[in-house]
Ligand binder design. Structure first.
Ligand code: SAM
Length: 251
């Protein structure tokens, strides 16, 4: 059967089914995205708002990796948490150094106070932030451990941990260039500092993901992006419809 005839019969079949009140469903195979899915063991094949692995963001990274191709440069994440996304970055860029910046001890009081002072944090998250800022209520095991992150990454020899307050930890490899960076610190100051540090060090064609840009609760992220644009000039921006409103910046 020719391709044209195939499509016509498919459309006709669905139209008749709809007219007859039948539910038109697609098989799991049909609903699969057309591009190959490499990392099914760490990224789900469905969209789930509450899944930290986040289908849309994960797939967007895989596709961005295709566009980045052979562009030189390291990769990095600021705001590593328990390493969910770092693990995927490490899968996608097996030959590149992956710089991981985090306090590995939760949010810094300076950043929390700044966002609270500006009323950037909304809803129930305000209270979560206040207890984080006090820290005294938080147990050590609630914080990520670099050794555990190392264990779950497929190419641990590529990881370079930068433990401490960002941007204070950003200087040691100041001259290095990057092709992919994930900024996921939730708060205004480290997002601003992250763009200030990495955008000039991004190769042309490189990509930055800014998590929470369109998150209604962490509004400091969007303010930070817009404020640093006033200094560096407007970015090429493409927002994603993922769980927490990631922004993609391409240079
Ligand atoms: C939402 S979590 C990151 C989640 C992670 N990217 C993932 O995919 O699972 C935010 C992280 O940012 C880190 N962070 C926030 N502000 C920071 C700063 N100024 N310096 C270093 N780390 C920071 C926190 O310690 C926390 O681990």
């Amino acid at each position: 059967m020719g391709l044209g005839l195939f499509w016509k019969s498919l459309v006709l079949h669905r139209w008749i089914a709809r007219k007859c009140g039948m539910r038109v469903s697609f098989s799991p195979e049909e609903t699969r995205p057309v591009y190959k899915m490499e990392h099914e063991e760490i990224v789900p094949t469905h969209f789930d708002l509450h899944d930290p692995y986040d289908y849309c963001r994960g797939r967007a990274l895989e596709l961005a990796r295709e566009e980045i191709g052979n562009l030189p440069g390291n990769v990095a994440e600021v705001g590593v948490g328990f390493g969910h996304f770092a693990r995927l970055i490490n899968y996608c860029f097996p030959d590149r150094k992956l710089f991981l910046y985090d306090t590995f001890g939760g949010f810094d009081k300076r950043d929390v106070d700044f966002d609270l002072g500006k009323d950037f944090v909304k809803g129930a998250f305000r209270d979560g932030f206040l207890s984080q800022a006090a820290r005294k209520t938080t147990r050590k095991e609630d914080f990520p451990d670099p050794a555990v992150i190392q264990e779950k990454c497929p190419h641990p020899e590529r990881l370079v941990f930068r433990k401490g307050y960002f941007p204070e930890t950003a200087a040691p490899d100041g001259e290095e260039k990057f092709s992919f960076v994930s900024l996921d610190t939730d708060l205004y100051q480290p997002i601003y500092a992250g763009l200030e540090f990495f955008y000039p060090r991004l190769h042309e064609g490189g990509v930055i993901f800014v998590h929470d840009y369109n998150n209604w609760a962490w509004t400091g992220v969007k303010h930070a992006v817009h404020d640093i644009e006033k200094v560096l000039g407007p970015f090429k921006k493409m927002p994603l419809p993922d769980a927490y409103g990631t922004l993609v910046i391409m240079k």
